[in-house]
Design a protein around this ligand. Structure first.
Ligand SMILES: *Cc1c(COP(=O)(O)O)cnc(C)c1O
Length: 368
């Protein structure tokens, strides 16, 4: 055949995710850790390479890793599901609860994967913009929409003809929020959990860099799922390991839709070694917070610069009258993320907090 039948029209419209390889000396664009695994963990990785049965399928439910994760939160292994990065679990959430005729609510400016996951699964994507000054989640409007009142006026994404009729069945709150760094107070999450039986996913990909978490609410709320990842705090973006916490009955649908062998044996073993040595990562998290404050003060004291408060390992900032901040920094060998397209973020960049040396370079190159 010299042609191929087209895919679903909503798939045909999508654009593949791609990040061109970077030769920039200072990469502060993806919120990765500036440091590779600690030496002690690396030596366990070497041991793993020598002993792992690569010819055998992995444990489909990553039991040993789930036990170690559960123990960290005072939860049971059954309160944990492991995924190929947090991204996979987001997609699984949308596969299980979303789909045509259903919708997911989130609060931009936010993480691009939520919209991508909705597109891929045919789920309606409903957005309520964050407060333009504080980036707080408009909690009253969210509660009203979840209770049905405002569902029909929902701002379904432009160009999206899949507007959904009923109230959203999935809510995603990113806290600290990517890219703004904003924390959502626990009382607000509790209001959402009480207002709806929709599944509320709290994306805590950066919680290790903040003082807040809602993982302890899992035992009390059947509609709560907390998303976490090894990619940022545990220096493992190069492997793909994330997890979600929830009540066993709530996680059940995710086990039904996930690929059977979603997490490979090597990644399971490395993540286990990492979480069993969590104490070795803690000083790094403390350094990231201290460096975040130092960087925030140094940039914030430059004329025209606004730095938004952040509880994560990155800062969102802009400089008045400077429209090409990403390219100016690139000229100095520093790659940051241009987040200027997000609502309320015109001219803004997201800068990962790097090593002290890298942060010095950012401060030196910053205009003003
Ligand atoms: C990085 C990130 C994740 C998860 O990333 P994975 O590498 O797929 O684990 C989830 N949510 C947000 C907001 C993130 O920034």
């Amino acid at each position: 055949m010299d042609r191929v039948f087209p895919p679903r029209p909503d798939v045909a419209r999508l654009v593949p995710y791609d990040v061109p390889p970077s030769t920039v000396p200072v990469v502060l664009s993806a919120n990765e850790s500036p440091y590779n695994l600690p030496a002690e963990v690396l030596s366990r990785v070497h041991e793993l390479v020598d002993t792992l049965a690569f010819n055998r399928y992995p444990d489909p439910t990553a039991r040993l890793l789930r036990e170690a994760i559960g123990a960290r939160y005072g939860l049971d292994a059954n309160n944990v599901i492991v995924g190929n990065g947090g991204d996979e679990l987001l997609l699984d959430l949308l596969l299980a609860w979303g789909g045509p005729g259903r919708s997911c609510l989130s609060f931009p400016p936010g993480f691009a994967m939520y919209g991508i996951g909705c597109d891929v699964t045919g789920t309606g994507y409903v957005e309520i913009e964050r407060d333009p000054e504080t980036f707080a989640v408009p909690i009253d409007a969210a509660v009203e929409m979840l209770q049905g009142g405002a569902a029909r006026q929902a701002a379904v994404r432009p160009g999206d003809e899949r507007g959904s009729e009923g109230a959203p069945v999935i809510v995603i709150v990113c806290s600290p929020n990517n890219p703004t760094g904003t924390l959502t107070p626990r009382a607000h999450i509790e209001r959402l959990l009480a207002a709806t039986d929709a599944v509320v996913m709290v994306d805590e990909a950066y919680a290790e860099f903040s003082d807040e978490t809602v993982t302890d609410l899992v035992a009390r709320h059947a509609n709560l799922i907390v998303l976490r990842t090894f990619s940022k705090a545990f220096s493992l973006a190069g492997l793909r390991v994330g997890y979600a916490l929830g009540q066993p009955e709530t996680l059940g649908p995710l086990y039904k839709v996930k690929m059977p062998y979603n997490e490979d044996a090597f990644a399971q073993g490395v993540a286990l070694a990492a979480i069993e040595s969590a104490g070795l990562f803690e000083p790094r998290w403390a350094e990231a917070r201290a460096e975040r404050e130092r960087l925030s003060e140094a940039l914030g004291s430059k004329p025209g610069t606004t730095v938004f408060p952040s509880a994560a390992n990155y800062l969102c900032a802009r400089v008045d009258g400077v429209a090409d901040l990403p390219s100016q920094l690139l000229g100095a060998g520093i790659l940051v993320r241009d987040v200027g397209a997000g609502p309320g973020l015109s001219g803004c960049v997201r800068v990962t907090v790097g090593s002290p040396d890298e942060n010095d370079r950012v401060i030196a190159a910053w205009p003003g």
